[in-house]
Structure formats: structure tokens, C-alpha cells
Design a protein around this ligand. Structure first.
Ligand code: CIR
Length: 260
């Protein structure tokens, strides 16, 4: 069960952040309404939120997930792979340390974005998939793996550098409990995921592969009816949220919060 989340309000210069998709310029007012709805959804799931003010120094800073990896045992502050995002960690560190005073830190030359880290419970307990991407390098993953091992968690790497369609590992996979791994079709046959019940997301709905289990609900993006129906068919309780403006900046549901 999660009880808390940290979120950061999008800044008015949100549209100046990084993006690799050509879906147009996000509309700030609509992004704010979608963000408020996201916060309300987390509260509806029972979480108490720490809401940070917008930080105009970092247009991507609403995507707080990338700045830390939080487990039931501790936290690791990251070192984002995009230079324009490096300062986001210092900006959130005090808040994370307020909950996890012993937080560790990824050190140079390691880079790691939280969006590449997927906790998936396997038959033997907690397991972490560490995505190696254009943001997270092998050294960053090695440092996190060592930290997780000290906490008692095994981990393994999943190299997604060859996949141009996703920014982070969790753009393509999400663990939603009950041994179920949501996975975009393009990745579904990878040997790393053998042993999980796969919920395959069709190519035309692949953005919906980034969904988030929060207590009894699964947050899922609006506009992907087959994915939502499949969640219901399997006994999950989807909570559908419009993410159109965040999608324009390569962001998904998981990126907008740190949950613990
Ligand atoms: C970036 O390119 O870093 C941001 N525009 C989007 C980050 C999305 N974060 C995530 O998926 N965890």
C-alpha cells in the first residue's frame, strides 16, 4: 500500500521542456487542469500529497519520478541523463530526505532516470527491472543495483536503447500487481519478462502501457479503450485520466509522482 506521493506543479514554461514526439505544443491551462485531476486521483486512491511549487528553472520538473527511486526500505536520488534536468535533483532532495533521511545518490559518471526503473514482484519477492536507455547508463544502473541489493532486492537490466519509440523502460512496461506486467507489443516477447502474466498493449495503444497501480486502482490514460477493457476483464479497477498535454512532452502517468 502507498500512503504518500510527491508531486510538482507544472511551470508556465512547461512547453520548453524536452520532447521527442511531434504532437504539438502543450497548452498550459489544460495541462494544469489535467495535473489537478491527477492529484485528485492520487488522493482518491488514499494518498497524502506533498505538492511542490512550480520550478521555472527546470521546465521538465513536473516529471518528478525521474529524480528519485523510492522503495519500502529507502530512497536513491538519481542523476538524470539529460543535462537540462540535472539540477532537478537538488531541487527535490530536501523533500525526499524529509521522508528518507538516509537517501543515497547516484554519482558521476552514472546517469539514471527514475522512469527507467520498474519494480515488479516476482515469484520470489521484489524484483527491479533497470532500463538501460539513452538516459540511464550501465554505471547508473550498476550503482542502483548495488543499493537495491543492500536493501535485499534482486534486479536485472533491460536494454531499450534500440527502441526509438520509447524514452524510458516504463514508457513500455508497467507492473500492476497480481503477477501482471503490462507490456507494449513490441517488447512482449523479450525473455526478461517470462514468468509474468503479460497484458499486451497493441501498437495503436502503446502509450497506455505506462499505467500505475495505486492501492486498489490502476491509473490509465484516457483514449485507449481496449487497454481499459482488458484491465476490467482481468479484475482491475481502472481510473482513467486525460494525459494529452503531458504526452506531448513525452510524459506519462508514472512520471508525475513519486509514490511510497
Ligand atoms: C523528458 O524528456 O525528460 C521529459 N520531457 C519527460 C520525462 C518523462 N518521464 C518519465 O517518463 N518518467
Amino acid at each position: 500500500m502507498f500512503t504518500r506521493a510527491i508531486v510538482r506543479e507544472p511551470g508556465s514554461n512547461f512547453a520548453e521542456g524536452l520532447t521527442s514526439v511531434e504532437l504539438g505544443v502543450p497548452e498550459f491551462d489544460l495541462a494544469m487542469r489535467q495535473w489537478e485531476a491527477y492529484c485528485l486521483a492520487l488522493e482518491e486512491c488514499g494518498l497524502t500529497l506533498t505538492r511542490l511549487e512550480a520550478d521555472l528553472r527546470f521546465p521538465d520538473s513536473t516529471f518528478v519520478e525521474d529524480t528519485a527511486v523510492v522503495t519500502p526500505h529507502g530512497a536513491m536520488l538519481t542523476r538524470p541523463g539529460a543535462e537540462s534536468r540535472l539540477g532537478e535533483v537538488a531541487a527535490i532532495a530536501e523533500t525526499v530526505r524529509g521522508f528518507y533521511p538516509e537517501s543515497a545518490e547516484i554519482g558521476a559518471p552514472g546517469t539514471l532516470d527514475g522512469g527507467d526503473i520498474c519494480e515488479a514482484i516476482s515469484e520470489s519477492g521484489g524484483h527491479f527491472f533497470l532500463g538501460i536507455s539513452h538516459r540511464t547508463n550501465a554505471e547508473g544502473a550498476r550503482q542502483l543495483a548495488e543499493h537495491l541489493a543492500r536493501e535485499g532486492y534482486p534486479s536485472s537490466c533491460v536494454d531499450v536503447r534500440g527502441m526509438s519509440s520509447i524514452l524510458h523502460l516504463k514508457s513500455g512496461i508497467s507492473y500492476i500487481g497480481e503477477n501482471t506486467l503490462v507490456v507494449m507489443e513490441e517488447m512482449a516477447d523479450r525473455p526478461e519478462f517470462v514468468g509474468y502474466d503479460l497484458l499486451r498493449v497493441g501498437a495503436d495503444e502503446s502509450y497506455a502501457a505506462n499505467c500505475v497501480r495505486v492501492n486498489d486502482r490502476v491509473l490509465v490514460a484516457e483514449g485507449y479503450p481496449r487497454m481499459t477493457e482488458e484491465l476490467v476483464r482481468r479484475g482491475f479497477d481502472p481510473l482513467v485520466l486525460d494525459m494529452s498535454e503531458f504526452r506531448k512532452m513525452d510524459g506519462g502517468l508514472s512520471c508525475l509522482s513519486l509514490r511510497f
